[in-house]
Every structure is written in structure tokens, then in C-alpha cells.
Design a protein around this ligand. Sequence first.
Ligand code: MN
Length: 733
Amino acid sequence: MQIDLEKEKQEIEAAFEGLVKSAVHAKKDAATKKRIRKAFDVAHEAHKDVRRKSGEPYIFHPIAVARICAEEIGLGATSIICALLHDTVEDTELTIEDVKSLFGEKEAKIIEGLTKISGVVDANISLQAENFKKILLTLADDVRVILIKLADRLHNMRTIGSMRRDKQLKIASETLFLYAPLAHRLGLHSIKSELEDLSLKCQEPEVFEEIQSKLKKTQEVRTRFINHFSAPLKKALEAKGFKFEMKGRPKSIYSIWKKMSNKSIPFEEVYDLFAVRIIIDSEAENEKSDCWQVYSIVTDFYQPNIERLRDWISAPKANGYESLHTTVMSPTGKWVEVQIRTKRMDEIAEKGFAAHWKYKEGSEESQFDKWINQIRELIENNDANALDLVDDFKLDLFSDEIYVFTPEGEMKNLPSGASALDFAFSIHTEIGEQCIGAKVNNKLVPLSTPLKSGDQLEILTSKNQRPKEDWLNFVKTHKAKSKIKSSLKEEKKEIALIGKAMLDKEFKRLGIKRENISLNELKKHFKETSDIDFYYGIAKNTIQLNHLRDFEVKNGTLKLKRTFPNRLKTYFERKKPVKSERKDEILVIGDNMEKIDYSLANCCNPIPGDEVFGFITVAEGIKIHKTTCPNSVQLMSNYAYRVIKARWIEKEKVDFLTGLKIIGIDNVGIVNNITQIVSNELHVNMRSIKFESYDGIFEGTIMVFVQNTIHLNNLISNLKKVEGVKKVERIDS
Ligand code: MN
């Protein structure tokens, strides 16, 4: 193939000129222009002998990337310079030091970030999770790194055709996995859609073609429908003096495909193929009222579905998106989504936060900065493994948002499905960890209750609270999850230390040298794989040390033995638990009220009927103390995590489930007082509890296990004594 080098040179020059023209957001002073030119020259020189797979000179790629940055993301001169240089350090002789001396510190930092990302992203596909973490870390450094990387990826996707098929597939899946969600979270709507469409086109070419051709075929019908639908609106808007643009925007092919596959429906049944968008010219101070006025005009003509009204003007999304969405009934009986926004809002919606900057000009802290700060905080104190991080984080990236309020009226964005506990953690880690309950719109609700937009929350805390394992079932945010996990891990470690000490003590008692014992053999015997789990099990008594009788001492070391001579059996057996004097009462321990080994503390000598608790000790397993024991305050406050529930129950009697309805006047603490009576004072086991209050009246239903009617009546009369309680009655279910 003969290449006309002279012609090619002209084409390169023309491409660069096109870039300079497109850089409308960059300062246009002579010095800046010179710097951009210099970056181009340096890149051109560095890549001069290289061609892309398509055969064209490599420099076309950085120029195109820089142009995407300028034109489609709205970035300024620094980003354009860095985009031009983005592949130099990685692929050519140029070094970071060179960039630093030629352009400056900032540019060098960004190029370094870009080079680092490339290193990880182009590695093995199974490393995706690690990559994601690294990418997020760079994001926290300078977000321009990610934006340029997105532009780079977009251009690579646009020109993916000349690559090898297996490489295409790898790049496409990575794009869907990492880059599209990132673009979404950064508010780069058009780039996100294009990345998704291009990935689908690469992965499922037939599906893509089919949807595309069906969209084309239905284009005319759609246009007619939109014209018909918008004609009266246009007239009315013009009459009111609005300057506006109205368009029927089809959904992206990828989102149509997603809908088809999620709902297993054919193309023809995807009804919301497009939305009508009304973009108005509006002065900054009139934006909100103008949009609502347009809303009012639209709904004069078409009946809105109130449930699908979305006001992202009063409460913008975390990625900066502002718009007013309504879904209205068209004359043909089809629901149509109408999006109302100003030109400024539209630009932000399409180009994301860079456009945002243009309008805000670094004045107040934008939603976006808040988001970046959250990410930084998250990653910096996260020691979870990368895969967990990705899972939790992608959830944050993809989920829709809700808006809730603190008691002071401060707004918080949370992913949809988030619970009161997520909210607590979003305010402060300590508030989350010590959360015992929440009031949503002044009603006490379980921590697991999913929140709705507009809820106002008050969090109740207690110094003695600690994160529980089951909390993980109802938190959605990455922050809450990672904090709970690390706290549980800490707690487990502390308890495991006790277990280890218990084991050491037992060995000492048996006169066995610790270093002679194979921990692995012990773990294998008890079917535990990690040291922590093994020691934890000992402390929690799920691994009982008297099982050590299955081992024997041979020459001072412990070996699993095949037969169990009686001599050894007694040798290893732990002392028998002290049984209660009153034969009809037994002690049950733990959340599941199991019968496990224990011994009674000497300091307070509890007897059946006493109010008691269990304490995990180093040497003697679970010790039972009276709650009135002189040591109890010290034990509970310093070692709350070693305390476990315990209570006496009558042996022969089986508890039965019954329900109580409580009505009273809502006041602070009433719920707490009631639950205290039920669980603490009367030792009744609660199955479920539900409280509601309206207009100051409070109504609660509790399901409890009681032993007999005497017990039940006793409970009822005690509950009636609680301040504010007016009525307590038994219900059947
Ligand atoms: Mn590149």
C-alpha cells in the first residue's frame, strides 16, 4: 500500500485544527494555545513511527481523545494537553519527568495517573475487581484522570472494529463492567449510553442490528405521534412567551435491550421507547418556576400519573442531574414521559459535571465534590477485599437515589432501598455503630425499614450498642457495609483472643507443651479452616474443649487417637456444669436460647429464678452472673461484647406464642419502656414487635412467648403500669 505522506501530514494538521476549534471551554489566550500546540508537537513526535491497527498514524487517536474531552465532556486546556499526551509515557520514550519539565507538576500527575490505570486495566480480565479499586483510588486523586480515561475508552470503542475479535470482547465487557457505570455516576449521560450501545453492538451484533432496524422502521410512526402529542403544547408554550425546544428522544438501544431481556418481552412490547423533552431558555433566577409553569401547561392537556412525578430540580441527583419528569396519558391511551428542564440543566445532563463547573465556576461545594469526598473517605479507610468493594460500590453506582432529611432539615442522598441504618452511617460511623432505633417521620421503626424519598429521620443511639451480624442483611450503602464488617471482624478477633487463652490454659492444665501441638490438626478435627474461627468457636463454646478427649498425649505432644481409653477420657473431660438445685428450672443461653455448658460465678452465686447474664471467660467458658452482681457493671461496660443473654426457664413447660395489642398516648420513651418490661423485667421472649403512631396515638402489637396464663396476665398488668399506656389486650394472632 502506497501512503501519501504529504497528504497524511495535512490530514493530521487538519485534525489538530479541528480540536483547537472545539476547545470552547479552554481559555483562548496566546499562552494557552501555545501550550496545547506544544503538547500536540510532543505527542506527534513521540508517536511518529507508530500506526494504529487500522493503519492510520497513531497521533489521530490522542487528537480524537482530546477532542472528546473538549467537545463532549466540556473540559479545559489542562485536560486537552493531558489527553494529547495520554499514551506517551506508557508507549514511548517520554518520561513523567519530561512531562513535568515540559508542562508542569499538575500535568505530570494526571499523566502518571493515566499511565497507572492503563497498567492495571490492560492486565488479565480476572483482575477486574482490583482494577476497579485502583481506578476509584485514582478518581479520588484527580477526577480528570478518569474523565480522560473515559474519553480514551470511548474512542477505542468507536474504533474497535479493527481489533482482534477476542480483544474486542474483552474490551466490551470491561466497558460495561467499569466505564459505563462510572460515566453514569459522573453524570456523563451521552457517553454512558454510547459506551453501552457500542459494547452491545460488539457482544451481540445481531440483537443490536435488529433493534436498530426496528427503531428505524417505527421512526415515522413515532415522529407522527410526537408531533401530534406536542402540537397543542407548543402552541400553549408559545402563547406564554416561552423560548423552547421540544424533541422526542428515543431510548438507547442498550436500554431497550435491557428492558426486553429483564422482562422477557419482544421489542413491540417495550412501550416507553422514547421520552418527550422540553428544553427551555430561562434566566438563572427563574429556572425553577419556569419549569413548573411548563409542567402546569403540560398537565392542562394531559392527565399526569402523580406517582411518577420526579422533581430533580429541588433535589438534584448526586451526579448533578437536574430535571422535572412527569408521565402523562396521551390521547391514544399511551403513557408518555415528559422531561422538563432548562438549557443549562440539559447540558449538565448530557455532559455531566464538567458542564456543571462551567456554570458554578467553583463557587459553592457542588453535589459532585461531595460525592468525590465520600469516595475518598470510603477507599481510604477500607481494608475489605477488592471484590467486596466492587460489589458494594457498583450497587452504589447503579442504584437510583432517594432523598431523606436529618431532624435539622439537612438533605442526604442514599441509594434506593437504603435503611435507617444506612442513614445513621451516612451521618457518622459512630452513630451507625451505636444505632439502636430510628424514628421516621416521628414514628419508631425497625432499623431494617427501607426509606422513602422525603422521609425525615431521627436516630436513637446507645453507648452499649455494637454492630450485629444481621445488620448486613439490610444495609445497602458501601459505607455501612464496610464499617459493620470491619467492626464485626474486630469483635471476632477480640473474642478469638479469649478462645486462644482458654485453649492455652487447658493445655497448661493438662501439662502439654503448646509448641508441640499442631494447630492445623486441631482445626482439621473441629472442621475449622481459619485460626480466628477456631478460637472464636472455643470462646463461644461451639467448639467444646472436652472434645479434646479425642486426642491423646504421646511423648508430651497431642495426637488424634484411634481408641479412647477411659483413662484419657477422664483426663481431658472438663468439669461438669453445675446443675441447678431446683430441678424444674434450666438455664438457656444466647440469642437462640440454647442449652450450653456454663458454670456459676462465685462472686454472686446466682440461683434459678435470678435475673442473670452469661460472661465469656478466659479460663472457664461461660460464667453466669446475677445482673445485680457487684461486678456486673464493670463487666458489661468494659466487655460488652463478651456478655451473652441467659435466663432460667422452667424445664417441662413449653412456651407458647401469643399476641398483645397496646394502645396509648405516644410519648418519648414509651416503646423503650414497653420493651424493657417485656424482655428484661419479665424475662419474656419477644418474637416480633410493631409500633405505629398517628395523631399522637400510639398502637403497638407484640408477639411474645409466655408459659401460661398467669405469666401472661402478669405481663399485661405490668404493661398497663407504663406511663402513657391506656389499654393492653390479648389478640389471637
Ligand atoms: Mn489511548
